[in-house]
Design a protein around this ligand. Structure first.
Ligand SMILES: *[C@@H]1O[C@H](CO)[C@@H](O)[C@H](O)[C@H]1NC(C)=O
Ligand SMILES: *[C@@H]1O[C@H](CO)[C@@H](O)[C@H](O)[C@H]1NC(C)=O
Ligand SMILES: *[C@@H]1O[C@H](CO)[C@@H](O)[C@H](O)[C@H]1NC(C)=O
Ligand SMILES: *[C@@H]1O[C@H](CO)[C@@H](O)[C@H](O)[C@H]1NC(C)=O
Ligand SMILES: *[C@@H]1O[C@H](CO)[C@@H](O)[C@H](O)[C@H]1NC(C)=O
Ligand SMILES: *[C@@H]1O[C@H](CO)[C@@H](O)[C@H](O)[C@H]1NC(C)=O
Ligand SMILES: *[C@@H]1O[C@H](CO)[C@@H](O)[C@H](O)[C@H]1NC(C)=O
Ligand SMILES: [Cu+2]
Length: 594
């Protein structure tokens, strides 16, 4: 039971070891519709406990966080993902629907329960059906009493950036993935937000140093950010402390975070503008009335004017690839397992535009990939059982893994890996084509969990398989998640079978001390008649038989080019498929429409 107004946090202290004080941090979240108007336009928005902006999740390193979720939306399923948290030992708490859990049905409750052993700036958001841009995203801050920078600042502040739409995602997604949008033009946001508002006042005192934890929790747009008259000192990216680096302007893709130290002026006579500016390179067409900018102020004096920001001619943001991690973790050399992911976007036979890794557009499996891993015995290491449309890559213990990402698309994409921070080993300029293995690699590459690839460029990322789980690797543009730009990392599935248990089922782990997947997780599936066992097609008898698996629409008929289909689309597709309106949910699931 969640009382309607329960925003309360109950902290239970318990002693862990001799010195560290770990707490249990409890949250009761009733996810439901509210009305919000962050840019002046009033719209139904997804809030928590009757409020929006939704609460910040705050913990200390070492804490256990327990979130009791009730889905009070009435008309949509939901889930929560804790972006950037490794979920070490609790991969079933990661949140993506059809990967580590079933969606929480309307009226359902669900428990997220995990330890946080990493400091830094994170966020949490729905990982279900393109839902988070409707409001279900907020800050998640892990404080660190042992931060290497703790003596260098007086106060910390959280500053979020976001893009914002006026229409709700279900309708927008249906129009986006549609034969009426054959070029795959993404909906352009209506405005930019700073801390979920515009014209934000940030009261500051002279002669102090503030640590701003900056989060881009937008759906699509990267943002340039600068503080007029003040220099930023970058000390953290995506939860990884960096060697301090000065910057006048930073760029945050959707899902990236930066902590920066800003020292205020000695006198309090003037105020200074803060500007967030959406990267319009991402937009196919920029509406004439779009203001890509959002402004706030460092307010030293309430009585002084709040200046209009000066126009910036050219955006020259700090290059994150010049950062080095504070811990100096050396480059992982000699990868044990290297694979390429080629990014392409094109049309399928339904005339809509999809995104591919290696010619495969992701389609949700019928059984959560984690549950497939837990219920398939020794076949769990065979990628085939995870389906033909999930891009599975199976990792073994402690392998050094390398992802070579070749972007065959003329757009920028921010790629994110769940469960890990990766070393960003190489990044090309635009138009570089496929990655060439002849570059000098950095000795101490930056690590982060979200990184941008340039148009028709490439990236090389490395990490160590030290965290068993099922982890998505995907573009963090929510439109591209919907169009299938997702791969599934199946990390050490046999270790998962030894440490997690579908208790009470025939597939309970033989390890009697394995962690039981909570009843609320199982019930989310059973209430919706979703099987918790078997391969991606739900087949439990012959795990290599994938007949009946969810599949994308058929390929374009022979001889049709993406461009050619534009003209023909309406008549042909309408006739070919006799397409009744596909509900948005069905559209995302993309049941075969042959
Ligand atoms: C959650 O919020 C919804 C909408 O306000 C309300 O109808 C429902 O009763 C609440 N559920 C619980 C368990 O408090
Ligand atoms: C769900 O409910 C909200 C709030 O009443 C409404 O604005 C929205 O249109 C509904 N969405 C769907 C998909 O039914
Ligand atoms: C942004 O909003 C959050 C909560 O909504 C608040 O805690 C924080 O102080 C705000 N940040 C600034 C810089 O005003
Ligand atoms: C937004 O800011 C940029 C950079 O200063 C500027 O070029 C542009 O004109 C601004 N747009 C609007 C609508 O103010
Ligand atoms: C890509 O996938 C389609 C549909 O599954 C198939 O027809 C085509 O041959 C594949 N192309 C390549 C290069 O693998
Ligand atoms: C790598 O080699 C290719 C082909 O020899 C060359 O075109 C490219 O410039 C080289 N890249 C670097 C970074 O040296
Ligand atoms: C049994 O599960 C526990 C809890 O996840 C784990 O710590 C332990 O290593 C597992 N034992 C074996 C033999 O895998
Ligand atoms: Cu993308």
């Amino acid at each position: 039971m969640v009382p309607p107004s329960a925003g309360s946090t109950l902290m239970t202290l318990c002693l862990l070891g001799s010195s560290a004080l770990a707490a249990i941090v409890n949250y009761d979240f009733n996810i439901s519709w509210v009305t919000a108007q962050p840019d002046g336009f009033s719209r139904p928005t997804i809030g928590i406990n009757g409020e929006w902006p939704i609460p910040q999740i705050t913990a200390n390193v070492g804490d256990r966080v327990i979130i009791n979720v009730v889905n009070g939306l009435g008309n949509q399923t939901t889930s929560l993902h804790f972006h950037g948290l490794y979920m070490n030992g609790t991969p079933h708490m990661d949140g993506p629907v059809s990967v580590t859990q079933c969606a929480i049905p309307p009226g359902g409750s669900f428990v997220y329960d995990f330890h946080i052993n990493q400091p830094g700036t994170y966020w949490y958001h729905s990982h279900d059906s393109g839902q988070y841009p409707d409001g279900l995203r907020g800050a998640l801050i892990v404080k660190d009493p042992d931060s290497p920078y703790k003596d260098q600042y007086d106060e910390e502040l959280v500053l979020t950036l976001s893009d914002w739409y006026h229409d709700q995602m279900p309708g927008q997604l249906a129009r986006f993935i549609s034969y009426a949008n054959p070029t795959g033009a993404e909906p352009v946001p209506k405005s930019a937000l700073m801390n979920d508002t515009q014209n934000l006042d940030i009261k500051v005192e002279p002669g102090k140093t503030y640590m701003f934890r900056i989060i881009n929790m937008g759906a699509f747009a990267g943002q340039y950010l600068w503080f007029e008259g003040h220099t930023m000192k970058i000390v953290e990216v995506d939860g990884i402390y960096t060697e301090a680096a000065e910057a006048d302007m930073i760029y945050l893709t959707a899902a990236q975070r930066y902590s920066v130290l800003i020292t205020t002026k000695d006198d309090a006579s003037s105020n200074f503008a803060i500007v967030g500016s959406m990267d319009q390179d991402l937009f196919d067409a920029v509406p004439a009335d779009l203001n890509p900018n959002v402004t706030g102020w460092l307010v030293y004096s309430d009585s002084a004017p709040r200046p209009t920001p000066a126009l910036v001619d050219e955006f020259e943001p700090f290059d994150d690839f010049t950062l080095a991690p504070y811990d100096k973790l050396p480059l992982y050399t000699d990868p044990d397992y290297s694979f390429e992911l080629r990014v392409e976007m094109n049309n399928l036979g339904d005339g809509a535009n999809y995104a591919w890794f290696n010619n495969i557009t992701y389609v949700r499996p019928k059984v959560n990939t984690l549950y497939t891993a837990l219920t398939s015995g020794n076949l769990a290491t065979n990628p085939a059982i995870y389906g033909d449309h999930t891009n599975p890559f199976v990792l073994e213990k402690d392998q050094v893994v390398e992802i070579v990402l070749d972007n065959m698309d003329p757009g920028k994409h921010p790629f994110h890996l769940h469960g890990h921070a990766f070393q960003t080993v190489a990044r090309s300029e635009e138009e570089a084509g496929d990655y060439m293995y002849n570059e000098t690699l950095p000795a101490y590459p930056m690590r982060r969990d979200t990184v941008m690839v340039r148009p028709n460029g490439n990236l090389v990322l490395r990490f160590k398989a030290d965290n068993p789980g099922i982890w998505l690797f995907h573009c963090h543009i929510e439109w591209h998640v919907a169009s299938g730009l997702i791969a599934t990392i199946v990390e050490r599935p046999l270790d998962l079978q030894n440490t997690l248990s579908l208790a009470g089922s025939p597939y309970a782990s033989p390890n009697s001390s394995a962690l039981a997947i909570p009843t609320s997780h199982i019930e989310a599936c059973t209430k919706q008649d979703i099987s918790i066992a078997g391969n991606a097609a739900g087949n439990q008898d012959d795990l290599l038989d994938l007949r009946g698996q969810n599949a994308p629409p058929a390929p374009l008929p022979e001889g049709f080019t993406a461009k050619g289909i534009v003209a023909m689309t309406f008549s042909i597709v309408a006739a070919l498929l006799g397409m009744a309106v596909i509900g948005w949910y069905g559209n995302l699931d993309r049941k075969d429409v042959k």
